[in-house]
Design a protein around this ligand. Structure first.
Ligand code: ADP
Length: 448
């Protein structure tokens, strides 16, 4: 043990030594200690003994490792966000063009090919959305939403992607209350729980999802430390898998804690789910009988009987303009092209500008004719926010629609304070675009 010898000779020579040592506890587990050795001498100054004080720093070290990991993840997040943003710009024109082509072709084989293309592009868009959730952290885009829609979508994914050996049962209370939340995040929580349930049942089994309304009274702190009395929507995911041993039950929510093989698990699923649920003012409960299965219950406060937004646009709704002039500002040629085509075929006239500076110039020249502005957020020279500020100082009330690849950004939020009426998320469909412009012009979707 050269390190111990070194410590010893250094203590003898200088009277003390400090360093890190690996040690074994009485129970046989290995720990890392911060060790301080001091030489004790007798009255005549002769070395008598060595006093050694050890502090267990295993946990500190592992926290440090976690911190470094999470910092690395943050860097990855920034990178992922940037890539996702660019990919959105790639996908937007594809998705919009597909819709345009569909109106012009009737040949069944062409239509089938277009379906395939659209499904592929949509899958790409979904992946980008996931990436963005990861990249932007946990800040949500809160709306009043109907959890039944989210549950339905989760059911669709499970039924089409989970192995047939797993039986999926859904029992959703038809009068389930709305909640205030971020659709993508609630979706992610449920999906993470379901994926864990699937992984706990490699030989197959039953996965059940139950959702109902729950009233919690003052006794509720017995269910969970974070619970407060009130009305909740409870969504429970249970499986008949291998269950969770009691000794790891309090670790499973830690970031990076995983029992899955390398490459299979990240250990981020439950910690992400817990953070999201807490941010929604709710709490998460887990219950497991090893060998028989596990059950996770998500409680989110209900938002009372309120208006609920649907996840998708109503199918048949066709909106048409009446020759209004729309200024479209985007630095991506593709997006400009497709916006031009979409808006013209929906009955609008279009002016195109290449960036914020060009957009402002065009706006100032044709101010009296322009009825609405559609602008990108991230652009070179002058970005969307700056453009909106300048336009607002010229013309208080003109409807402005912003389109962005970022789900939530400081800029987007600030644009809202300048009365930007609609925020279109890229990639959007041509129907979505025409609808947003229509709503902005008719003042339906004003943000207070
Ligand atoms: P990951 O799934 O990447 O491992 P999670 O944070 O989602 O990360 O889960 C952490 C650990 O919790 C899993 O590795 C597993 O040991 C345990 N776990 C989670 N859900 C279940 C479940 N339904 N049944 C058994 N164990 C589970």
């Amino acid at each position: 043990l050269p390190i111990l010898q070194q410590a010893r000779s250094s203590t003898m020579a200088s009277g003390e030594w400090n360093g890190e040592l690996l040690q074994r506890t009485r129970h046989g587990s290995e720990i890392l200690v911060d060790s301080r050795w001091t030489l004790i001498t007798d009255d005549t100054g002769r070395p008598r003994s060595i006093l050694s004080i050890n502090i267990d720093i295993s946990e500190k070290k592992s926290l440090q490792r976690q911190l470094i990991r999470s910092q690395r993840l943050e860097g990855l997040g920034t990178l992922a966000g940037g890539i996702a943003h660019d990919l959105n710009n790639v996908l937007t024109p594809i998705m919009m063009s597909i819709e345009g082509l569909r109106t012009r072709h009737t040949d069944p084989r062409t239509l089938k090919a277009l379906d395939t293309m659209e499904a592929g592009a949509q899958r790409g868009a979904d992946i980008i959305k996931q990436l963005l959730t990861f990249a932007r952290g946990m800040k949500g885009d809160y709306v009043t939403l109907d959890p039944r829609h989210v549950l339905k979508d989760v059911e669709r994914i499970l039924r089409s992607t989970f192995p047939k050996s797993i039986q999926c049962r859904f029992r959703i209370d038809p009068s389930l209350a709305p909640i205030s939340g971020d659709v993508t995040q609630i979706h992610q929580v449920l999906l993470n729980l379901c994926v864990n349930a699937r992984d706990a049942m490699p030989e197959g089994g039953t996965l059940s999802v139950v959702a109902d309304n729950r009233e919690l009274d003052s006794e509720c702190r017995r269910i969970n430390r974070d619970a407060k009395p009130g009305s909740y929507v409870r969504m429970e995911v249970s499986d008949t898998g291998h269950g969770i041993p009691p000794d790891i039950l309090d670790k499973i929510f830690d970031p990076f804690f995983t029992t899955k093989d390398y490459g299979k698990g990240t250990g981020l699923g439950l910690s992400t789910a817990l953070t999201i649920v807490k941010n929604h003012g709710g709490f998460l409960n887990v219950y497991s009988i090893p060998g028989h299965g596990a059950s996770f219950s998500v409680y989110v406060p209900s938002a009372g009987p309120g208006r609920t937004t649907t996840l998708s646009l109503p199918e048949a709704e066709q909106v048409r303009g009446s020759n209004e002039l729309i200024l479209v500002v985007d630095d991506e040629e593709f997006v400009r092209d497709v916006a031009l085509e979409t808006l013209e075929s929906a009955g609008y006239r279009v002016l195109l500008a290449l960036d914020g500076v060009d957009g402002l110039r065009t706006f100032l020249e044709r101010k009296s004719e322009i009825d609405a502005v559609l602008t990108d957020v991230m652009m070179p020279n002058m970005d969307g926010l700056e453009l909106v500020k300048r336009i607002r100082s010229e013309h208080q009330n003109i409807p402005i629609v912003a389109m962005s690849g970022m789900v939530a950004s400081e800029k987007l939020n600030e644009m809202k304070t300048y009365g930007v009426r609609e925020l279109l998320l890229k990639p959007f469909t041509s129907r979505g675009l025409a609808k947003s412009i229509h709503e902005a012009l008719s003042g339906k979707s004003g943000i207070s």
